[in-house]
Design a protein around this ligand. Sequence first.
Ligand code: PRX
Length: 659
Amino acid sequence: MTDTTSSQIDHLFNEDRRFAPSDAFAADAVATKELYAEAEADREAFWAEQARALHWHKPFTEVLDWSTPPFAKWFDDGELNVAYNCLDRHVEAGNGDRVALLWEGEPGDERKVTYAELTDEVKRLANVLGDLGIGHGDRVAIYMPMIPEAIAAMLAVARIGAIHSVVFGGFSADSLRSRIDDAGAKLVITADGGYRKGKVSPLKPAVDMALADRNGSGVQETVEHVLVVQRGKNAVEWTEGRDVWWHDVVPQASGEHEAQPFPAENPLFILYTSGTTGKPKGILHTSGGYLTQAAFTHKVVHDIHPETDVFWCTADIGWVTGHSYVTYGPLANGTTQVLYEGTPDTPHPGRWWELVEKYGVTILYTAPTAIRSFMKLGRAIPKKFDLSSLRLLGSVGEPINPEAWMWYRKIIGGKTTPIVDTWWQTETGAMMISALPGVTETKPGSAQVPLPGIAIDVVDEDGTHVGNGNGGLLVITKPWPSMLRGIWGDPERFVETYWEKFQKQGYYFAGDGARLDDDGDVWFLGRVDDVMNVSGHRLSTTEIESALVANEAVAEAAVVGASDETTGQAVAAFVIIKQSYLAANSPDGLAQTLRLWVGEQIGPIARPRDVYIVEELPKTRSGKIMRRLLRDVAEGREVGDTTTLADTAVMSVISAQVR
Ligand code: PRX
């Protein structure tokens, strides 16, 4: 059923190490066990109380409207301004001098940005957006490196009630173009380039390519302007009238900008994520409920003491983790955080640990794939740095194996820090399942329990609770404040993807396999659909297959996620080459060409680890590709049951070709 092999599962369930919170940590913890009881007693009152920790221009009187499921409304008659909550209110409370961002560029340049400075920048930018014709409800694409301006851009868009669509800077021009078109963005905010792996990686040229002449493409150009931050100082082309330098307009703009209230259900952002089809889904999040849950979970799960903590979430703002735990959660809570532009191993493999020491990071939130890469490099590297400031570690993006969990605690956490393994998704907007530090006794490898106010279950195909000791499908049984409100422009796909499977029960289907242990704690087993998880990033097999067949050499392609020691899963592609291509060209080097091709089409993260050129693909009689068998081959296992194949001999041919 899932990508995790049975031996791995057995291994997981033999895990019996337990770590109780220390008295010292528990004494000062933000989370308390009473939170569970409060939420249990009255879920909606509990969320209303968390929402009231925000500033409402107009207080809400309704909590949840679930009269037309699955379309939820939270705090519907309330009005707030998301950016005001993340900025102005801290300044007004006298905390303007507190550092919001401890930014470090990859080459080692630094900037400290206080709450007062960030508020000022966002106000100016909000005025500039108005001058560029952006208003309430307009869509703005953000394609930027990890620099303070990227955070300012998100907040300025939010401040004026417009909608941002952040596109990861590692995505290709094509991926950017399809996201701009789907959302109908009027403005793109970008930079000339940003530093990655020791050199400037250009961004503006990709925007230019994405917006290149559309004559004959049938797509109407919606983008009116491109606002460009100068960061990499790389040469860029300029389209007069369309392109605007940030430094020519933002510093000169007025710093006066009063944040207007917007309804709680005002759309805040669209974030594209891979599903099981070729076309990424634009996940839509709104304002009041999203900010409530992002801020609450950040505070209790990361145990935030804003006066003393230095928080560091290593995610890029191009992913949901960067939205909720770099921009919105931490800033809503008035947190001081590290923002790092570059890659973990530039200019040396101890770069992250150097930053922890330099800034005195107290809470680190990262992905298992990063932890496993560091494990591979060995403990000598982190041991060179003083990591004693760390007091809490978090994990997100994929199941963390017990070995990586133990290494993280021992080598990075000095054998003392609690670890919170947080399960959630782009669609859930914020954390859903996690231990609470200072409260929960943790188990290496398990995400454990739903957060207070969250209702989940593990069920069988019919939606029946599987009971402790059994595996099944993870569902969310009650609406939650930061839930997605839809798929941009496609309400049917929203209903079909998440709600149809358990329509009778009204459950949200997450697409993850999970098992309940004897205590009822949740252990995640990976996706149950054709979504891969590579380095904690979601990729669709279909999307990569479409990219492969778009190459002139390829007749057919099948892609699977094969387990990988470092990245969790890796992309393995099986391709059939066109006879006509082979008649005129040599197949030498073709596998490598196709790897690079996928990187160009989608982005380097989608580049297959392996491309196998084969003559046939395993298909059922109805023509469905049996990925399970290809996965066996890619993982070097004996091939499983082939009896449902149209041609049962095909797997021995493929296995022979791959070897
Ligand atoms: O399969 C689950 C896995 O990542 C998926 C969500 O991916 P995405 O929307 O890109 O968001 C990633 C960051 C929140 C889930 O369906 N996943 C995420 N966190 C965990 C996880 N699997 C197991 N344990 C986790 N802690």
